[in-house]
Unconditional design. Structure first.
Length: 136
């Protein structure tokens, strides 16, 4: 992992904590209960591309997961693509109705973009598969 990714992960950690605290405040529930919501997804994880947005625009998955980006724009809708800021992964153009997948076999944190839509940006965090669920 390069230094840039390490720095990015540090930034994410702080942001994730802030986000969790916000949820705790909103829900008025305990930290322990909220921490469980940060459990990463695994296996085949789908991210939708629609209306010039990635949904969700932040995802946590475990090492070994395959992320599938699905272009849900229809007909003459937009072509999208997926490219990592650091070049770790990049897709060919994905037309409406198309999809592209990438298997994450290392942990890390990536910001990625769609080259067709300058505001189409998202982040993905890949954590070790054996990491125990927070709060358990
Ligand atoms: Cu796009």
């Amino acid at each position: 992992m390069n230094r840039r990714n390490q720095l990015a992960r540090l930034g994410l950690s702080a942001a994730a904590v802030v986000a969790m605290m916000a949820v705790v405040t909103a829900a008025g529930s305990s930290l322990d209960a909220q921490a469980s919501e940060a459990v990463p997804r695994h296996g085949a994880v789908e991210i939708v591309m629609h209306d010039s947005r990635f949904r969700p625009d932040f995802e946590i998955v475990t090492v070994g997961s395959t992320v599938i980006w699905v272009n849900q724009d229809e007909g003459d809708g937009s072509t999208h693509d997926v490219y990592a800021e650091d070049g770790w992964f990049s897709s060919p153009p994905i037309p409406p109705g198309g999809q592209w997948s990438f298997a994450f076999d290392v942990e890390g944190f990536w910001t990625y973009y769609c080259s067709y839509h300058e505001n189409m940006i998202a982040q993905i965090m890949v954590v070790p598969a054996d990491e125990p669920a927070a709060g358990s």
